[in-house]
Ligand binder design. Structure first.
Ligand code: GTR
Length: 389
């Protein structure tokens, strides 16, 4: 019986793999991209534009002239003196009003300027408790600091509420106050959250205690989709980490994984996450001029990491893995290795040799300490850090 089931699984995975996917190294004009110069001058901008116009939407503004940083806590010793905590209100205004992103940063004393992990927090605020009364594995500040990393986080709801409000609230309302004139290419909520992470990078660039050249952006699930778009559209992030990001994140849209989320469903349940144009691809994946491996390819030649969880079929784990394999040729153009390992790995055996890391954690849809530990291992390895333990 077991053998039959395994055989059936193998058949269904190989059937799911036999899909016709757009080639990341073939331009819309049919030309094969065979050099970094052509990738950077032509194909990469073309792919980035496709994700802007067809998936996440176009931002009306990048760094607004009105952006300012207000120190709420200019530096308090925390974690028994091992870290300095800073809190900053990142404020901006536009034609429709103003907004504030509240940033918390714990910077280790032992390693300054410190490399950093910025968490896009899509879970309730107690997960990122600045006082450390609540210690959630979702943001393990103590462990990050112990390994010499600064831990930064902000709440997605500060940038834009996670509800379909007709794009009147949050940063949408600040910069595009009239939703009546919204184009099908206008930014959705995921793009807005990614924009918020970029504004934090604007602050990092002013902070001498953080090494701006070694900053990772991390997100889980809807936050993972956001991290990928953030890293793709803002090349200041040296490492982009997608944890269980699934549909609209790392998972291939065309791979037929019946237990996983599909475009039609995500657009119905979360009509505010993507741009208007993305709606046309529900139950019509074949019409997409892209697939999600091309989103990961936009991170090259920087570092990328995709993680899945064994019980998280909804995120389509083999589709998340396969995207990493199919994005890898872009790293090879640079003479680097993308993902090292073409076979879907067993649980808890991370693949970390190339510039793309991948692991499948045993367990459910979550951002767990195991995930963070592997992300830090990958950063240690690539940033050639002696372990500060
Ligand atoms: C689910 C959604 C997923 C994922 C998840 C989450 O309901 O279908 O795409 O983003 O939420 O964010 O936890």
């Amino acid at each position: 019986m077991m053998k039959v089931l395994c055989a059936l699984y193998a058949v269904s995975v190989s059937a799911a793999l036999a899909v016709d996917l757009p080639d990341v190294l073939k331009s819309a004009n049919g030309k094969t991209v065979d050099s970094v110069a052509v990738w950077e001058s032509a194909r990469r901008p073309e792919v980035l534009e496709l994700f802007k116009t067809q998936v996440f939407g176009r931002n009306p503004v990048e760094r607004p002239a009105s952006l300012r940083f207000e120190a709420v806590d200019a530096g308090t010793e925390m974690l028994e003196g091992k870290a300095l905590r800073k809190r900053v209100n990142i404020r901006y205004s536009g034609p429709g009003g103003e907004g504030t992103i509240r940033l918390t940063a714990f910077i280790p004393k032992a390693a300054q300027p410190a490399p950093a992990f910025l968490l896009i927090c899509n879970r309730p605020e107690q997960n990122i408790d600045p006082e450390r009364n609540v210690k959630s594995p979702f943001w393990p500040v103590e462990e990050l600091v112990a390994r010499g990393y600064a831990a930064l986080s902000f709440q997605t709801g500060d940038v834009d509420p996670d509800t379909f409000d007709g794009f009147t609230n949050g940063v949408h309302g600040v910069f595009q106050p009239d939703p009546q004139v919204r184009s099908p290419e206008a930014w959705g909520t995921i793009a807005a959250w990614a924009w918020g992470a970029s504004r934090i990078m604007d602050w990092i660039e002013t902070e001498p205690l953080i090494d701006r050249t070694r900053v990772a952006v991390v997100g889980h699930s809807r936050g993972g989709k956001t991290a990928l778009w953030c890293g793709a559209s803002d090349t200041r992030f040296a490492l982009t980490i997608s944890n269980d990001s699934g549909c609209g994140g790392a998972k291939l849209n065309r791979m037929d994984l019946p237990l996983s989320e599909h475009i039609a469903r995500i657009n119905t349940v979360f009509p505010h996450w993507f741009c208007g144009n993305f709606k046309q691809y529900g139950d019509n994946e074949a019409a997409l001029p892209l697939d999600q491996h091309m989103l990961i390819a936009l991170l090259a030649p920087r570092l990328a990491y995709v993680a899945s969880a064994s019980l998280d079929d909804w995120a389509g784990q083999p589709g998340e893995f396969r995207s990493c394999v199919l994005a890898s040729p872009v790293w090879r153009l640079y003479g680097k290795k993308g993902l090292v390992g073409e076979t879907f790995p067993a649980a808890d055996t991370p693949l970390q040799e190339g510039c793309i890391g991948y692991h499948l954690r045993t367990g459910k849809h979550d951002l767990a300490l195991y995930d963070w530990e592997r992300y830090m291992d990958f950063a240690d390895r690539n940033w050639r850090r002696s372990l500060v333990r």
